[in-house]
Write a protein that binds this ligand. Structure first.
Ligand SMILES: [Ca+2]
Length: 504
């Protein structure tokens, strides 16, 4: 907190007055007490239908951009189909379910989004806000992240397993801590990172079809055992797009080994969609459609080649292109072909699944940042998500996507992005400017100030780590480029624990 204060003062070139009580040590405790009430609120149990608890299949794509599907993610935007994306199975899923036009990943990068999804807590609160290594020689020092999901946190799988669910996690885990088996998953692929999947090529690119088949088998076993199930499929795609099946690549006109990234991305997206289709077929074949929720989302925006469409920025930034992601939900009580425009975020899923699974409120984590979206799903996309705080806050006190350390807040339709190096903010009205092209900060300084204050309060209440002034910063020296994670580093030794910081 002191660093943060010093930072602001330094950046502004003045000593910023402290707000009385702003750093009060009771703040964190009060937040905890405040959020305890969260467990008391119960959304409509959309899936219950008065019958047995629903199954849940949660699919998480990797680096899939907001408009990287052939199905549109907002009524006023053409789908990615016009750019060559072919996702007929996701089109069918959308036609049978609800699309969220304002769904957010908790973070603009992998691991922070994933741990947030597992725990219902924000990356800022978890102190895991970046996946790649920190950069040296910059004006600000990036805070140190945790590197493994701690034992002390309660995951979605732990809550559902205790409630009687069979639980499985397939694909990319990427948050260490001993892997999914140590965090509530009965069946899983181990403590995997990106490298794990790179060896899977045609006919099973990045293990898409292997994962789908294991999920199908798990569903059948659970059904036969009379148990509800929760399966998370953390697809490795769109990583290693060059691994796409040869036939798919050729369908996009590629020949030989020299495939450009754009074509490869289209091809692996089509392969991924076929894997999604295989999972959906299994649900139908096992006659589980009426009691199974299927959720599909991405862990962060596209970093290039994967289409964020009209949105600004991409992976590693808090512009909409880095955090707004596709989200489609199908299931009992969800109106086919419906839309929800209420902002929702990845850490809302834990309370949502708890609602569906009838997890007793007292058993849920004490400090949650998310709220259940079950009421939205049950009421044609209308309603409110009851989170401890109304605003959504995103925190990326790091260098990666070219913006330097920055944080963002969305309240209603207004969004403010604050850049810590320069202590400057930009303000946007997302209701008319989803692309964040018109900065309103000067036109409406009061709104900017209000959001800035709220952002600061939120970060303090979350005990967020802030970037600090780098006393050794030399403006004349070139910044040290971050070490590129060994994407093609070959299979990992089973005993090799990846440095958490090296998770891209
Ligand atoms: Ca990712």
């Amino acid at each position: 907190m002191t660093d943060r204060h010093d930072l602001h003062a330094a950046a502004a070139g003045r000593d910023r007055p402290r707000t009385p009580g702003r750093w009060h040590p009771l703040a964190a405790a009060l937040v905890t007490i405040g959020t305890m009430t969260l467990g008391m609120q119960r959304g409509a149990t959309a899936g219950a239908e008065g019958g047995p608890r629903p199954n849940v299949v949660l699919m998480l794509a990797d680096d899939q951009g907001w408009n990287g599907l052939s199905v549109a993610m907002a009524p006023d935007v053409a789908g990615g189909g016009k750019d060559g994306f072919r996702t007929p199975n996701l089109e069918r899923l959308a036609a049978a379910g609800m699309r969220f036009s304002a769904a957010y990943a908790p973070a603009p990068v992998c691991s922070p989004s994933r741990i947030s999804l597992q725990t219902g807590m924000s990356p800022a609160r978890l102190h895991w806000t970046k996946a790649a290594p920190r950069e040296a020689g910059r004006r600000l020092l990036e805070p140190q992240n945790i590197r493994d999901i701690p034992e002390s946190l309660t995951t979605i799988a732990e809550l559902l397993r205790e409630a009687g669910y069979a639980t499985a996690h397939y694909g990319k885990w990427h948050i260490g801590g001993g892997g999914p088996g140590a965090h509530g998953y009965d069946e899983h692929d181990g403590d995997t990172g990106n490298e794990h999947a790179f060896r899977f090529t045609d006919p099973n690119p990045v293990d898409i079809f292997g994962m789908a088949d294991r999920a199908a088998a798990f569903m059948e076993r659970s059904r036969d055992a009379g148990k509800p199930f929760f399966i998370q499929l953390s697809w490795n795609a769109l990583h290693a797009p060059e691994n796409a099946r040869r036939a798919t690549l050729e369908s996009y006109g590629a020949s030989g080994d020299d495939v450009d990234k754009r074509t490869a991305t289209l091809a692996i997206t089509a392969d991924l969609d076929e894997g999604v289709g295989r999972v959906l077929e299994a649900i139908e074949r096992l006659d589980l459609g009426r009691k199974t929720f299927v959720l599909y989302l991405s862990d962060n925006g596209s970093g290039g080649g994967g289409r964020n469409a009209t949105l600004s920025g991409g992976k590693g930034t808090l512009w909409e292109g880095g955090i707004r992601v596709p989200l489609i939900v199908r299931g009992p009580g969800v109106a086919p072909g419906s839309w929800c425009h209420v902002p929702v975020i990845g850490y809302d899923l834990l309370p949502t699944l708890c609602d569906w699974a009838d997890v007793a409120p007292a058993k849920r984590a004490v400090t949650l940042d998310g709220g259940s979206i079950a009421p939205l799903l049950a009421h044609d996309g209308h309603g409110v998500v009851r989170r401890p705080r109304e605003e959504l806050v995103f925190h990326f006190p790091h260098y990666q996507g070219g913006e330097g350390p920055h944080s963002a807040i969305r309240l209603g339709d207004m969004k403010l992005i604050h850049f810590h190096e320069t202590d400057t903010s930009r303000l946007f009205d997302l209701s008319r400017d989803r692309g964040e092209r018109v900065d309103l900060a000067e036109r409406d300084p009061d709104a900017a100030r209000r959001l800035r204050t709220l952002l600061d309060e939120h970060l303090v209440a979350s005990n967020a780590q802030m970037p600090a002034r780098n006393p050794d910063f030399d403006p004349a020296a070139p910044a040290v480029e971050r070490r590129r994670g060994g994407k093609r580093g070959g299979p990992r030794r089973p005993d090799a624990r990846p440095d958490g910081e090296a998770r891209p």
